[in-house]
Ligand binder design. Structure first.
Ligand code: SF4
Length: 359
């Protein structure tokens, strides 16, 4: 069997996760020094599960998705660690091997659906070429499959839409076509990077529902990247919270909302709109900005913005530690602990802006 054929037939080993990321680091060499965008990230993803990755802009979540896919330029990028997908380490795969996997076994839905499609190629051709390249379908089979894909992503009048150009479709329709292309070859893993950016609330909810339905029907694993914790609620099995290139908390979704330990997770949750919020009130924001990834602080990277910060936080980086089943967090003074409450009161009394902003 050729290596290419093997890659198309990757099978996860019994009892092993589909994706296993180990100590993944992605650094960029820039004129301002080394930018540590991703700094020692490890996690597993099982078959058929959805993992949400959340954090503010610049937290490293998009770099994580691209680094897992191997979609970063080789120039000026340092990538270390391993990304095991089935029995293949993606960090060691050649460009030709990666091309075999992309689309067929691993797919990605990008932020901007309009620029994800070729503007001068009809929708039908974009889908059928993909099917012919990866699955070796002839024209007739590819057209039939393309029609069925458009139906499965909820595109009305799919025969007519095959002849359309991307600019003739709305943003929501474009994203449905992108999703149709992404699932065309039955990938085991789908990475969706802010798939609802630029779409209105109703269409966003429809796209997220669609992804959830396809994930269940096809038993795919999904990594859903979002800046909004509210978006992932009810749509993910587990949540990873990222800050300044690191995982600062990971837990089953329910635990993130009800029993978060990391002050950054708490702050992100506070900024999610709720039905119980009074009308015309401002949502709390997190004071300050994330640290410069080219000059990261010595201790906890959230220290400058944390309402609970103590001297130890500024010198000793907190390691990830267990809080419960599949729940880990990185903080010296976890939310809800007596030490954290004491620290918060002391910081309020001292007039620390982050502590005064905390409820
Ligand atoms: S309490 Fe300390 S360790 Fe925990 S998040 Fe705040 S600054 Fe970091």
């Amino acid at each position: 069997m050729t290596r290419g054929r093997q890659l198309r037939q990757i099978e996860e080993r019994e009892g092993q996760p589909l994706l296993s990321v180990e100590d993944l680091r992605t650094y960029f060499k820039t004129g301002h020094g080394i930018v540590r965008s991703l700094d020692g990230v490890s996690f597993d993803l099982e078959r058929g599960k959805t993992l949400a990755v959340v954090g503010e802009s610049g937290s490293g979540k998009t770099v994580l998705a691209r680094s897992v896919m191997g979609l970063l330029p080789s120039e000026n990028v340092i990538r270390q660690g391993s990304v095991r997908f089935g029995d293949v380490d993606l960090t060691r795969a050649t460009p030709a091997e990666l091309r075999q996997l992309w689309g067929a076994q691993i797919s990605m839905v990008f932020q901007d659906p309009v620029t994800s499609l070729n503007p001068v190629v009809r929708v039908g051709r974009q889908l059928t070429e993909h099917l012919a390249y990866h699955l070796g379908m002839n024209r007739k089979e590819a057209r039939r499959t393309a029609l069925s894909l458009l139906r499965s992503v909820g595109i009305p009048e799919p025969e007519a839409r095959l002849r359309w150009f991307p600019h003739q479709l709305s943003g929501g329709m474009c994203q449905r076509v992108v999703i149709a292309a992404a699932i065309a070859c039955g990938p085991k893993l789908l990475l969706a990077d802010e798939p609802t950016t630029g779409l209105d609330v109703t269409v966003s909810a429809q796209i997220l529902d669609l992804l959830g339905r396809l994930q269940e029907e096809r038993y795919m694993s999904v990594i859903l990247v979002s800046h909004d914790l509210g978006v992932v609620s009810g749509r993910a099995d587990e949540v990873i919270v990222m800050y300044a290139g690191q995982i600062v908390e990971q837990a089953p979704t329910a635990a993130i909302f009800s029993d978060m330990k990391m002050p950054y997770t708490e702050a992100l949750l506070r900024s999610v709109p709720r039905l119980t919020n009074q009308a015309h009130t401002r949502l709390p924001t997190i004071p300050g900005t994330p640290p410069n990834p080219a000059a990261l602080p010595e201790g906890c990277r959230f220290a400058a913005r944390c309402p609970y910060v103590q001297p130890r936080c500024r010198t000793e980086p907190p390691p990830l530690r267990e809080a419960g089943p599949r729940h880990r967090f990185a903080c010296w003074y976890p939310v809800g602990s007596p030490e954290a409450l004491q620290a918060l009161e002391a910081n309020k009394a001292a007039g620390l802006p982050a502590a005064k902003a905390a409820v």
